[in-house]
Design a protein around this ligand. Sequence first.
Ligand code: SAM
Length: 288
Amino acid sequence: MADLGNPQQTIAVLQKYQFNFQKKYGQNFLIDPRVLEKIIQSAQIGKDDLVLEIGPGIGTMTQMLCEHARQVIAVEIDSALIPILHDTLKEYQNIEVIHKDILKLDILELIRVKNHGRPIQVVANLPYYITTPIIMGLLESHAPVESITVMVQKEVAQRMQVGPGTKDYGALSLAVQYYASPQIVAHVPPNCFMPRPKVGSAVIRLTRHPKPPVEVADEKLLFQIIRASFNQRRKTLANGLSNSGTIPCSKEEIEQAIEDLGLTSNVRGEVLTLEQFASLSNRLSQFK
Ligand code: SAM
């Protein structure tokens, strides 16, 4: 049962198993072969690679991943999809389906056991209701993940890729760019899915930096500062940080550190680059 990635084959599988879409799991299955090809090509998977697929659905992209990779591990939360996957993937020897919530998976342990701790690739058409926790979980775990190639809501892809001074720039942009270099590789309209999502989608590839582009003494403080700056977007940076209650410095110390960076006292967080946030974090860590 190869070539699931078209409307006819997908409908045939859904009917065979009388499958009902679960909205709560963000189920929008891909039915466009060109989009599937584009994802596989952008993921740059080689015959030596272990690929983790999050949310395989009925196994459409999984089949293609099995053709390109050495080994595929697919993690699916919906128990109704497990027997379907066993059927659609039965011709492949290099697949393991794990019935689990991806947010509860110990990724470091998985990579240690299944790939001797060597870097893996992540590929997915993500469930949109948990896009950010999945991506941030993968990045913050410091697990050896070389690249993450995923379908996400268009606006979320935009937020990950943009720089300072744009309306989409925020904590997600900075967090992603601290760990990886993002590149939107395709825009995908709703009619490429079944059922059609209400939003536009995009495929983004995050290529992990060998080491972060900035050096910080205290990574936790950097992200506290970034979050506090964007939580109160309309406030000045100094007010946002001192009102947040999460930055362990006085208002005077915060104002001094901002001035030391050569920024004006009424500057807003949304214009700072990652480098400037890192410098601010390093100054404030001295006051702690
Ligand atoms: N990969 C398939 C495709 O492209 O046709 C399905 C993609 S669909 C957008 C998202 C998939 O993620 C669904 O199969 C859904 O059941 C699964 N999923 C949702 N939440 C999950 C979770 N917490 N852990 C693992 N899988 C999840």
